[in-house]
Design a protein around this ligand. Structure first.
Ligand code: NAD
Length: 284
């Protein structure tokens, strides 16, 4: 089985970004700037925000993490987002999820100016993505498409299953794969006969949020499996939604590992989106 590692995919995306911005300083153009809002002290969010800041630094982007108290009121958070909307130095705004329960997540996300919504979570940007006219694409699903392309996995015409219909992974992934001419079926917690059905798919993308729920033999022999799940149990290694991929497994033809698979490309796509948002804003 081939391990579909995210690192080489991420390195290629980063190399392309670096090549594109190499001449900007000589032209007097500021490199892209990303502002990340982190409300509270969720340990997993701290890790993700740290990864994002480090990749910005590696690319020469400027970035800031705005840490807000867990008890901040919704109105104060909205005002902070609005400050960033109006700040001409800011190209991308990311509100790290999840937010504390007293804040209405959709209201906070909709406050982000679509031109600066580098996570592609506003209704405007989701709509642009659906009609195939996106400046930014949702980071995790777009990273999955990049992984498949990098490893020369044919998408067009293939029967692809997406398991999980969340707004950040499963649902947008269906659109991006359809735009790549795959024949896509979306499964979710109410789907009947899931275990029988998934045995008929060439490519299966799993994003259900349940540690090691599937094993390799649950899929068709020779299938390609993309594991989106990330689970952190205290004192244990990270796990995915699928049992850990091992190179000497002979059942599947390929599987993305956790860690080291989809998560790595997600951050690279965020950088790509920040660059695209920056360019679009300067042209407008
Ligand atoms: P979510 O909890 O919002 O949604 C889970 C979806 O799975 C739901 O649509 C539900 O209907 C479906 N589901 C649950 N149990 C099921 C079952 N037994 N059979 C079929 N469908 C089932 O999850 P999410 O936000 O999409 O995240 C999924 C996983 O991916 C999590 O582990 C999360 O940590 C991870 N994740 C990883 C990245 C990354 O960059 N690698 C990004 C986002 C999420």
């Amino acid at each position: 089985m081939k391990l579909l590692k995210g690192q080489p995919v991420s390195e290629k995306i980063q190399a392309d970004i670096k090549a594109e911005i190499a001449s900007w300083p000589q032209k007097g153009l500021a490199l892209p700037h990303l502002s990340v809002i982190l409300v509270g002290k969720d340990p997993a969010s701290e890790v993700y925000v740290g990864h994002k800041a480090r990749m910005c630094e590696a690319l020469g982007f400027s970035s800031e993490v705005i840490r807000l108290d867990e008890k901040i009121s919704q109105n104060e958070l909205l005002a902070k987002i609005d400050d960033l909307n109006k700040n001409s130095k800011v190209d991308g705004i990311l509100v790290q999820l999840p937010l504390p329960k007293h804040i209405h997540e959709r209201t906070a996300l909709e406050k982000i100016a679509p031109g600066k919504d580098v996570d592609c979570l506003t209704k405007t940007n989701i709509g642009s993505m659906v009609v195939g006219d996106a400046i930014v694409k949702p980071c995790t699903p777009a990273g999955i498409v990049e992984i498949l392309k990098y490893y020369d996995i044919k998408i067009a015409g293939k029967k692809v299953a997406v398991i999980g219909r969340s707004q950040i992974v499963g649902t947008p992934l269906v659109h991006l794969l359809t735009q790549e001419n795959a024949t896509v079926t979306l499964f979710h917690s109410k789907s009947e006969n899931l275990m029988q059905e998934i045995k008929t798919f060439d490519i299966v993308c799993v994003a259900i949020g349940k540690s090691e729920y599937f094993k390799q033999a649950d899929f068709k022999q020779g299938a390609i499996v993309i594991d989106v799940g990330i689970h952190r149990a205290e004192g244990h290694k990270l796990t995915g939604d699928v049992v850990k991929a091992v190179e000497n497994d002979t059942w599947l033809s390929a599987q993305s590992p956790v860690p080291g698979g989809v998560g790595v490309t997600t951050i690279a796509m965020l950088m790509q989106n920040t660059l695209q948002a920056c360019k679009a804003r300067r042209q407008s």
